[in-house]
Design a protein around this ligand. Structure first.
Ligand SMILES: O=c1ccn([C@@H]2O[C@H](COP(=O)(O)O)[C@@H](O)[C@H]2O)c(=O)[nH]1
Length: 523
């Protein structure tokens, strides 16, 4: 007997060890023609097939091209290898006779086996999609867009049966009711139903997962929409660290190398799965997904700020900087002085690197602080991904005996290198490292920092980080920036959890940013 949609999905997830669903949205097709859309998707499929658990073409991009777009969609679906499920993102729903025609279009004409639906019209609009026992449907539950709260979080009355929620203090929200109903429909239709819950809302993922522990969830919003990959996985994975499919479209199709980006996303998702399996560090993630996140602050970034405050690495008050500015905060990574603190710190860097999707071969730590940082981050990446990441560092003074020279550690020539340091102040140290690395034909692809102060230079509208980005064309990643610091204190204040010192910090940091903050560079 042929397998059901979710059985096929599970088989594919296992065979490529991946929960990544590659979005086929031909945003970037050279010309707006069916042929260009087809070529775009075909290339993407060829590049990403080894890492894809599923593909998700969004029908909108093909419909926009008229008849040739429809033809392109059919050809795109046909060009997906037969063992990879295709979910047509069509968000259908209508009275049953029309829904019947929609189901025929999705499954028979287009040839997809999965589809996205909205359930607003109720059961009889979903039922026609359940007739084919080999097809599956994901019902919109809590979408990833900023306005999803217009309707989806409207409180409604608690159900009287099931889901064990009678003892809840929290209001029961409309999307939770959708999840509960979908759970009932799923039982009726022998597990042919999944849900769509945006990765931009780990709190919603956590709530939905509690209602439907075994249902597949499609969680869009990673990449271009800024969702928190690790937080979303921690909140949305099922008990067996699975049943969460992460569709990523622009984050892969617009990457310099889509194959590498897909591989990196798969690895980052697998880091979270590994953590979920071994329950390592889940306490942190737990506490973070409990509180609804606002703004762009990711759960691990909150963790990091709390950790830096607790370790007195991040101090609040009044500090005169070298530039003469009086700063309301001061960050001194030199105060991470114990093994456990360094281990924790390195995991924050590792997460930042993994979530960025940056592809690199070697880490480089400029003397002195960078040496411990790069080596600790290499260990952290090894722990999280089982990838054995090489690292290297320099000496302040060249040796003229023994192996000689300034560089120590892994070979750098021809390698893609990420420089790991704590902060960039004037940028002098980074520039020296750039020189040293290019002199041995290494390609510096990125810089990873703990904190980006995001403030203008004294004689330039650009920050030191922006100048480095512009001058060398590299990506500078930081675990947090001034923006996240502000978000952190803002969230605390909004949740009534900020003490007097923190409320004051919020105000003074806001003022400081207004006076000295940078304008973001165009992407
Ligand atoms: O809640 C939802 C439901 C669907 N989508 C769709 O997923 C992709 C996301 O594209 P990215 O480029 O990875 O942001 C796109 O087709 C959306 O229409 C969603 O984003 N959110």
């Amino acid at each position: 007997m042929a397998m059901s949609f979710f059985e096929r999905l599970e088989a594919r997830v296992k065979s490529v060890d991946s929960l990544l669903c590659v979005g086929l949205d031909p945003h970037g097709a050279q010309e707006a023609t069916g042929a260009a859309a087809y070529e775009f998707c075909k290339r993407l499929i060829e590049a990403t097939a080894p890492y894809a658990a599923a593909y998700k073409p969004n029908i909108a991009f093909f419909e926009a091209l008229g008849a040739e777009g429809w033809q392109a969609l059919l050809e795109v679906v046909q060009s997906v290898p037969s063992d990879i499920p295709v979910i047509l993102d069509a968000k259908r729903g209508d009275i049953s006779t029309t829904a019947d025609a929609y189901a025929t279009a999705c499954f028979k004409s287009v040839g997809a086996t999965g589809v996205t639906l909205h359930g607003y019209m109720g059961m009889d609009s979903v039922a026609p999609f359940m007739r084919d026992p080999h097809a599956g449907a994901f019902i919109l539950c809590k979408t990833s867009n900023p306005s999803s709260a217009d309707f989806q979080t409207i409180p409604c009355s608690l159900p009287t049966i099931g889901s064990g929620c009678q003892s809840r203090v929290l209001p029961w929200l409309l999307y939770e009711e959708v999840a509960r109903r979908a759970g009932e429909w799923g039982t009726q239709y022998q597990d042919r139903i999944g849900l769509v819950v945006g990765a931009t809302d780990p709190d919603a993922l956590k709530r939905v997962r509690a209602i439907v522990p075994d249902m597949w969830i499609l969680a869009p919003g990673i990449g271009a929409q800024g969702g928190d990959l690790i937080g979303a996985c921690a909140a949305g994975l099922s008990k067996g660290a699975s049943k969460l499919l992460l569709p990523i479209s622009r984050g892969i199709s617009q990457a310099r190398d889509p194959a590498e980006a897909a591989e990196a996303f798969r690895a980052a998702i697998n880091v979270a799965r590994k953590q979920a399996r071994s329950q390592v560090d889940m306490s942190n993630v737990e506490s973070l997904v409990e509180a609804p996140r606002g703004g762009a602050l990711k759960s691990f970034q909150s963790d990091f700020i709390r950790f830096a405050l607790d370790s007195e690495v991040l101090l609040l008050g009044s500090f005169t900087l070298k530039s003469g500015r009086v700063s309301p905060y001061f960050f001194n990574a030199g105060k991470f002085t114990s093994g456990l603190a360094l281990k924790k710190l390195s995991h924050f860097y590792a997460r930042t690197l993994l979530e960025s999707g940056l592809v690199f071969d070697v880490l480089f730590g400029p003397a002195y602080k960078g040496i411990t940082l790069a080596s600790a981050v290499a260990i952290a990446l090894g722990e999280l991904t089982e990838r054995d990441v090489p690292f290297a560092y320099d000496r302040k003074e060249a040796k003229d005996h023994g192996e000689g020279g300034r560089l120590v550690g892994a070979a750098l020539s021809g390698k893609r290198v990420v420089i790991v340091d704590d902060v960039i102040t004037a940028g002098t140290a980074i520039r020296e490292s750039m020189q040293l690395l290019t002199s041995v034909q290494a390609e510096v692809v990125g810089v990873a920092l703990a904190l980006d102060r995001q403030e203008r230079g004294t004689d330039s509208p650009l920050s030191a980080v922006q100048s480095v980005e512009q001058q060398y064309g590299v990506q500078v990643l930081s675990v947090v920036g001034l923006r996240e610091l502000l978000d952190f204190f803002m969230e605390k204040a909004e949740n009534g959890k900020a003490g007097d010192g923190e409320k004051e910090a919020l105000e003074t940091i806001r003022e400081y940013r207004a006076q000295y903050g940078v304008v973001p560079l165009q992407a």
